[in-house]
Design a protein around this ligand. Structure first.
Ligand SMILES: [Zn+2]
Length: 64
Protein backbone atom coordinates (compact mmCIF):
# COMPACT_ATOMS: atom_id res chain seq x y z
CA UNK A 1 0.00 0.00 0.00
CA UNK A 2 1.23 3.42 -0.89
CA UNK A 3 1.76 5.90 1.93
CA UNK A 4 0.02 9.22 1.37
CA UNK A 5 -0.02 12.64 2.99
CA UNK A 6 -2.78 12.67 5.61
CA UNK A 7 -3.79 16.20 4.66
CA UNK A 8 -3.82 16.31 0.87
CA UNK A 9 -3.50 12.63 -0.02
CA UNK A 10 -0.42 13.08 -2.20
CA UNK A 11 1.81 10.00 -2.51
CA UNK A 12 4.88 10.38 -0.30
CA UNK A 13 8.52 9.79 -1.12
CA UNK A 14 10.76 7.91 1.32
CA UNK A 15 12.49 11.23 2.06
CA UNK A 16 9.23 12.93 3.01
CA UNK A 17 8.42 10.13 5.43
CA UNK A 18 11.93 10.19 6.87
CA UNK A 19 12.05 13.96 7.42
CA UNK A 20 8.67 13.85 9.16
CA UNK A 21 9.90 11.11 11.46
CA UNK A 22 13.18 12.91 12.07
CA UNK A 23 11.63 16.28 12.91
CA UNK A 24 8.12 15.61 14.20
CA UNK A 25 7.81 12.12 15.64
CA UNK A 26 10.09 9.14 15.22
CA UNK A 27 7.19 6.73 15.73
CA UNK A 28 4.75 8.50 13.40
CA UNK A 29 2.55 6.37 11.20
CA UNK A 30 0.88 9.24 9.39
CA UNK A 31 2.93 11.76 7.49
CA UNK A 32 2.74 15.07 5.65
CA UNK A 33 4.08 15.78 2.18
CA UNK A 34 6.63 18.58 1.92
CA UNK A 35 3.98 21.10 0.84
CA UNK A 36 1.69 20.44 3.80
CA UNK A 37 4.66 20.15 6.16
CA UNK A 38 5.83 23.60 5.09
CA UNK A 39 2.37 25.09 5.65
CA UNK A 40 1.83 23.33 8.97
CA UNK A 41 5.14 24.49 10.43
CA UNK A 42 5.36 27.80 8.57
CA UNK A 43 8.68 27.03 6.92
CA UNK A 44 9.82 27.16 3.31
CA UNK A 45 9.83 23.95 1.32
CA UNK A 46 13.41 24.76 0.33
CA UNK A 47 14.44 24.59 3.97
CA UNK A 48 12.92 21.14 4.34
CA UNK A 49 14.79 19.93 1.27
CA UNK A 50 18.01 21.34 2.73
CA UNK A 51 17.31 19.50 5.99
CA UNK A 52 16.80 16.26 4.10
CA UNK A 53 20.19 16.67 2.41
CA UNK A 54 21.79 17.61 5.72
CA UNK A 55 20.44 14.52 7.52
CA UNK A 56 21.52 12.31 4.61
CA UNK A 57 25.06 13.69 4.84
CA UNK A 58 25.06 13.11 8.58
CA UNK A 59 24.22 9.48 7.85
CA UNK A 60 20.90 9.55 9.72
CA UNK A 61 19.56 6.02 9.73
CA UNK A 62 16.04 7.17 8.83
CA UNK A 63 17.31 8.10 5.35
CA UNK A 64 18.45 5.28 3.14
ZN1 LIG B 1 0.12 17.07 1.55
Amino acid sequence: METCCFQCGAPLSADEIAIYRRIVNRGAEQFLCIHCFAKEFSVEEKLILEKIEQFKKMGCTLFH
